[in-house]
Design a protein. Sequence first.
Length: 121
Amino acid sequence: MKYMLLVHHDENVINALPEIELQALRAESVQLANDINAENKYIDAAPLYAASTGTCVRVRGGETFTTDGPFAETREQLGGYYLINAENLDEALAFARRIPGARIGTVEIRPVMKLDGLPEK
């Protein structure tokens, strides 16, 4: 089953890290992605730019509305993700524990729903 591991963190905490520490966290994240890949469980992973670079789209009554930034003001923002294949939630939890962002934020684990008709990758 596919699982999305969503990495949430406080951008103020990330911005306050010394550059060398930030680079170390990123290198550790890349190594984890390679470790997951070596186990044939890796699908995709990436950090995201700051929430302030986002654009939200809503369609109401056929009219499109866009707003800059995150949909909701929260202390933690979505900072990145890992998309993996895991046998079950326990295996997904084992990978989530290893994500560096879990030490400074939260990793949300969500099973990915299979929807017939979507293109296969």
